[in-house]
Structures are given as structure tokens and as C-alpha cells.
Design a protein around this ligand. Structure first.
Ligand code: SAH
Ligand code: SF4
Ligand code: F3S
Length: 464
């Protein structure tokens, strides 16, 4: 952490302590996090700052002294969600003029967006981007000093920041950044424009962080990068993702290593072998294919073909026959024909994915695909999405049916979202299992016998 940021953090901490002395209450804060796990991790850092400044967390907007929006712009829907929610805060701010509202994250890194918020939402006090998240204490300090609205978005990343504070949601699992940014420029995607170029953390820093997490009780880590397979290459010192996994696999007390996301163009046999030989790396590959048409894949700049992807699947099955495979798919990319779409359906039938995130293509201004001819109607695209989802759920159901009566190892994560009285956890293959048990099991890995297989979840009972 940079010295000046520490200074501002301490200053706010002193001010807040005084406030508590005078009023008998602690200031409260709330963060709305949109988008992917990168943003979730960034919000943990923002909360880390806030906790050190003496803020208390709240889930109730009306009692918050500070509300932060950590935004996402991957698809239009993500953006409109942010804007409509932000609009609602206007009324709260009218009631409580002392409330501070901040907006940060990927959406702010887009050209013109910070200016748009500046003019259309005058009740927003601070705006910053993904590249200067670590200067948050300074911006907040300046707002408190009465210096007016603080708006700063940097065009370029400032390298890798180590030693930032963090407030982690779960005591037993943790997100760990390994590489920031993206160099791939898939033609539909905004991420390279809002997250900058690839920057890997040093292996020693990651290993040290994970050891500390394990000492604090963490048993499962998820390594984060837009393309974890290219981790280390920018360091030019021989660091690789396979090497990192081997090192982390040695850490005593750590039970599971997950990672997101693996780009098919960089998945090598050496890496699959490393994963197969490791004892802690999970039996799950999330390998976004995006399309089954080699023609569309080329237009998307994915740099692999349908055949190559199928070859990778064979390779995974050869070394790890029981591993689950999931994916991301976009339907309705500009110019996608019915024939192209049927190639996607064909690929899905051949691979037999355990699960998939599916999206209708969303035009992102500034990306190459936004300039491509797109004659297909939204209605037709939605219809394709439905057909794809139907095919995927049939396959998923068949795969899950085979798990009936088997015993699986589950990391218990908490009460089930659909039934508070039940526990929910995940298998190494990333399947959600719901079963009855004591809350004291949360954070532990237990054996569960599957009693009822459904399409997206498994129901079970604790095994003897
Ligand atoms: N780095 C990851 C993906 C990050 S974004 C990877 O390459 O796999 C997560 C998913 O959002 C992508 O895999 C893609 O399926 C989807 N996505 C990205 N941009 C999109 C767009 N413009 N429209 C629709 N879906 C999009
Ligand atoms: Fe976007 Fe492609 Fe980078 Fe993934 S690899 S973040 S889809 S540009
Ligand atoms: Fe969204 Fe940014 Fe993630 S655009 S998906 S929050 S990297």
C-alpha cells in the first residue's frame, strides 16, 4: 500500500473515532457489487479500507452514511441495473444530505461514462475507476474536507498493488487475484478496455497470501484472472500457471484450489497433466467456448477452432475422466447464421457440458464487433438462446442422474438460499448439494450421499 494512501486512511479513521465519541454511533457503509468475481474481490478491498477507517457494514441503504456502487459493463443489462439503482438513491440523499455516494468499477473506465454520471447524477460525490481503486482513501478524505465532488478515472493501469487491506466475506474460502487485465481483445468484449493489460502478481506474493489465508482458516481458494493460463508470462522470469499450481498444491491445510477463467487457446497438455497430478486442484474445468462455429470463433478473435476445442475436451477426459466441464456461450454474435448456431448445438451435444452460462450477444460501444453487420432480430436470438438452454439442461440432467446414490465430498458453505433450514455446499466438480445438517458443519468438508438428482442441484443426506 502506498504511503500517502495510508496517511488518508489514518486521517479518516481519526475523524470517524471523533464522530463516534460525539454521537455514540459508528458510521455505516454499504457496497453494491455488480459483475464478476474480480469486482467481488475489489469490493472486499474497498470494505477492507472502510473497516480500517472505522466504518460498520450495513445491508440497509436508508441507514448508510456511505454507499458505494462497484459497477460492471460486460453487457447492457449490467449497466442498466446500475443506472436504475443509482436513480433510486437520489431520494435517499434528499432525505439524508450527509450521505456519501460513490461509483467505481469497470463501467466508470468506459470513455465518457464518468462525465455522463457527473452531469446526470449530481448527487454522486465520488467517481473512480478500476486502475485507481487503491486511492479511494484520498478521494474520500477530500470529500470530507469539503473539496467538492471527487472524480478521477485513469486511462492507464498503475502496476500491481500489494498489501491492500481486505474484508473477506467467508472465513473458509477466499478469492485470490493472480493476474489483472486482459490482452486477448475478443471482438465482443469490453474487459480489455476497462481492465487494462495483463499484469501478473509475483508468485512469491501469491504463495505468501495463500499461506496466510490458510493460517486464518481458509480451506478453499479461487485464483482469479481473465485468462489464468497466461499467468506469469508478462513477468518473463519463467513463472507459469502450472508452476504456481504445483507450489500452491504443497501448502498444508489447504484443501481445494479453484481458478477462473481458463482460455482454451492457452490450455496446454502440460497444464492438464499438472492439474490431474495435483491433489488439491479441483476436478472442474470452466472452459468458455463462446460458439461452436469456427467461422464465428474467428470473427470473435478467439484464436481456436471448434475442432481444437473438441481436442482439448478429449485431452481433459483422457487425464481426468471424472472432471466436470462447464462453459460460457454467446448466441447471436453479429452475423451468426442458423447454420452457425447449429454448430454450437452440435458442439454442446458432443462435449456434454455439466453446466453453462449462456448470453445473448450485447453490443459494447468501442469494440470491433459493435461495427459488424448484425441483421438477426433480438427475437430470433432469444429463441436460439431458449433452444440452447433446453439442450444444455437435458444434458445436465443426464449427467446428474448418474450421481444418484453416490457419495460425494462437499465443502459446506452455509444455509441453502432456497431453504434456510438446509445446508448448501459444493463438490470438487462445482455442483451444489443441499442436505440437512448442523450449522456447525459450515466451512468443513463432509461426505454426502446423493438421494435426489435435479437438473442444476443435487439433494443428499450426510453419509456415515
Ligand atoms: N475472461 C473470461 C470471460 C469474462 S466475461 C473468458 O474469456 O472466458 C464472462 C462472459 O461474458 C464471457 O465468457 C462471455 O461469454 C460473456 N460476454 C462477454 N462479453 C459479452 C457481450 N458483449 N455480450 C454477451 N456476452 C458477453
Ligand atoms: Fe473478454 Fe476475451 Fe479477455 Fe475474456 S479473454 S476478458 S472474453 S477479451
Ligand atoms: Fe463486469 Fe468488469 Fe467483471 S466488466 S464482468 S465486473 S471485469
Amino acid at each position: 500500500m502506498q504511503e500517502q494512501d495510508t496517511y488518508y486512511l489514518n486521517e479518516i479513521c481519526t475523524q470517524n473515532a471523533l464522530y463516534t465519541q460525539q454521537t455514540g454511533r459508528k458510521k455505516k457503509c454499504l457496497t453494491h457489487t455488480f459483475g464478476c468475481q474480480m469486482n467481488e474481490r475489489d469490493s472486499e478491498i474497498l470494505f477492507g479500507f472502510l473497516a480500517q477507517m472505522g466504518y460498520e457494514k450495513t445491508d440497509i441503504e436508508a441507514e448508510a452514511d456511505l454507499v458505494l456502487f462497484n459497477t460492471c459493463c460486460i453487457r447492457e443489462k449490467a449497466e442498466s441495473k446500475v443506472l436504475s439503482h443509482l436513480g433510486e438513491l437520489k431520494k435517499l440523499k434528499q432525505k439524508n444530505p450527509d450521505m456519501i455516494i460513490g461509483v467505481c468499477g469497470c463501467m466508470m473506465q468506459q470513455k465518457g461514462m464518468a462525465d455522463m454520471i457527473r452531469s446526470s447524477a449530481p448527487y454522486v460525490d465520488l467517481i473512480f475507476g478500476t486502475h485507481n481503486l487503491h486511492h479511494f482513501p484520498k478521494y474520500l478524505y477530500d470529500v470530507y474536507q469539503g473539496k467538492g465532488r471527487q472524480i478521477e478515472v485513469l486511462d492507464k493501469e498503475e502496476g500491481v498493488q500489494e498489501g491492500l487491506p481486505s474484508y473477506r466475506e467467508y472465513p473458509f474460502k477466499a478469492l485470490v487475484n493472480i493476474v489483472y487485465g486482459c490482452n486477448n481483445f475478443c471482438t465482443y468484449c469490453i474487459v480489455p478496455y476497462v481492465r487494462g493489460r495483463e499484469r501478473s502478481r509475483k508468485q512469491a506474493d501469491i504463495v505468501q497470501e495463500v499461506k496466510q489465508l490458510v493460517a486464518d482458516g481458509v480451506v478453499e481458494i479461487t485464483l482469479l484472472g481473465q485468462n489464468v493460463n497466461s499467468y506469469g508470462l508478462d513477468l518473463q522470469d519463467g513463472t507459469t500457471f502450472a508452476g504456481l499450481l504445483q507450489e500452491l498444491d504443497q501448502i498444508e491445510g489447504l484443501r481445494r484450489i479453484r481458478y477462473m477463467t481458463s482460455h482454451p487457446k492457452d490450455l496446454t497438455e502440460e497444464l492438464v497433466k499438472t492439474i490431474a497430478e495435483s491433489s488439491k486442484v479441483v476436478d472442474h474445468f470452466h472452459l468458455p467456448v463462446q460458439s461452436g462455429s469456427s467461422r464465428v470463433l474467428d470473427l470473435m478473435n478467439r484464436r481456436y477452432t471448434k475442432e481444437h476445442y473438441l481436442h482439448l475436451i478429449d485431452m481433459i477426459r483422457k487425464y481426468m475422466p471424472d472432471a466436470a466441464i462447464s462453459t460460457d456461450i454467446i448466441v447471436g454474435f453479429p452475423g451468426e447464421t442458423e447454420e452457425d448456431f447449429l454448430e454450437t448445438i452440435d458442439l454442446v451435444q458432443k462435449v456434454k457440458f455439466d453446466s453453462a452460462f449462456t448470453f445473448v450477444y450485447s453490443k459494447r460501444t468501442g469494440t470491433p464487433a459493435a461495427r459488424m453487420e448484425d441483421p438477426t432480430s433480438l427475437e430470433e436470438k432469444k429463441e436460439r438462446l431458449q433452444r440452447l438452454n433446453d439442450a444444455l439442461s437435458d444434458i445436465s440432467r443426464d449427467i446428474n442422474d448418474k450421481l444418484q446414490d453416490t457419495v460425494v465430498e462437499v465443502l459446506v458453505e452455509g444455509p441453502s438460499k432456497t431453504n434456510e433450514a438446509m445446508l448448501s455446499g459444493r463438490t470438487t466438480t462445482n455442483k451444489t448439494v443441499i442436505f440437512a445438517g448442523e450449522p456447525s458443519l459450515i466451512g468443513q468438508i463432509v461426505s454426502v450421499k446423493i438421494t435426489e438428482a435435479q437438473t442444476w442441484i443435487l439433494k443428499g443426506a450426510l453419509a456415515e
